[in-house]
Structures are given as structure tokens and as C-alpha cells.
Design a protein around this ligand. Structure first.
Ligand code: 5GP
Ligand code: ZN
Length: 134
């Protein structure tokens, strides 16, 4: 069983900040920002694309509720939503989760988009065609 499924079952403790029937949110143990939280579906699913349609709406609503909670309670003026999907993206826990990173004027914004990939820029037309072709 994966580590987040163990948290859902209560076998590993967590600092829970939000819960509904299908979703759970708790603080990240290695916070990259003050109030860094994770939102997960309780049902195990590895990546966002694999999530069942029936579970999607409730999950996204839970994500929004957590962003509102963090903004209000921590007086955070901004936030990032980040989700790593698949090992090559940097996903370490193979149970779908959205990171919510509250942002403040007092904390350095340490996560940026990667720099422009020149080869992708040069092949933009070709890549576009690959995506949209039937
Ligand atoms: P990923 O790299 O998979 O996108 O992020 C996994 C996140 O889960 C990391 O930020 C890590 O700090 C967090 N994490 C890993 N194990 C635990 C745990 O047992 N409890 C909590 N609260 N967070 C965890
Ligand atoms: Zn799991």
C-alpha cells in the first residue's frame, strides 16, 4: 500500500486541514512554503490522467476549498498549484496529489517554470500538428 493510502487509513499520522468523503488535505512534511499543503483523492490513483471522471469534480472542488482556506487563514495573497505526474516529472509518491503553495511577499519565490527549450520552440508547428492531427 502506498504512503498516502496509509495516511488515508490513519496508519500514518498527518496534519489534516480538510476532509470530505472522497478527498483529504494535509500539510506537507517538508514544506516548500508556509502552509504548503497536499490535496489527494482518498481512492488510490497514480496520475491525474488516470483519474475516473466520476471522482474528478469532487477532487477539483476540494482543491479550490483548500486554496481558499489557506489564503484566508494564512493571509496568503497568492498561491501555486503544482502536480507532478510520473517519475520523470519528479513525482515521488505514486498517489495523485496537488501541491498548494501559498505565496507571500516575505518568502522567496523559489519555483519557476523551466527555461525555454529551444528545440521545442523551433519545432512548434510540427509538435502542434502531432497533437491536433486525427
Ligand atoms: P511529489 O514529489 O511526489 O510531487 O511530492 C511528494 C510530497 O509528499 C513531497 O513534497 C513530500 O515532502 C511529501 N511527503 C512524502 N511523505 C510524506 C508523509 O509521510 N507525510 C506528509 N505529510 N507528506 C509527505
Ligand atoms: Zn495510494
Amino acid at each position: 500500500m502506498c504512503i498516502f493510502c496509509k495516511i488515508v487509513k490513519g496508519e500514518i499520522p498527518c496534519k489534516k486541514i480538510y476532509e470530505d468523503e472522497q478527498n483529504l488535505s494535509f500539510l506537507d512534511i517538508f514544506p516548500r512554503a508556509t502552509g504548503h499543503a497536499l490535496v489527494i483523492p482518498k481512492k488510490h490513483c497514480e496520475t491525474f490522467d488516470q483519474m475516473e471522471l466520476a471522482d474528478l469534480q469532487s477532487f477539483i472542488i476540494a482543491v479550490q476549498k483548500v486554496t481558499q482556506l489557506l489564503k484566508q487563514k494564512l493571509d496568503a495573497p497568492a498561491f501555486n498549484i503544482i502536480s507532478n505526474n510520473g517519475a520523470l516529472s519528479g513525482q515521488e509518491v505514486p498517489h495523485l496529489h496537488f501541491h498548494i503553495l501559498p505565496r507571500y511577499a516575505t518568502e522567496k519565490l523559489s519555483l519557476h517554470f523551466p527555461p525555454v527549450v529551444q528545440s521545442a520552440k523551433e519545432r512548434l508547428d510540427q509538435i502542434y500538428a502531432e497533437i491536433v492531427e486525427e
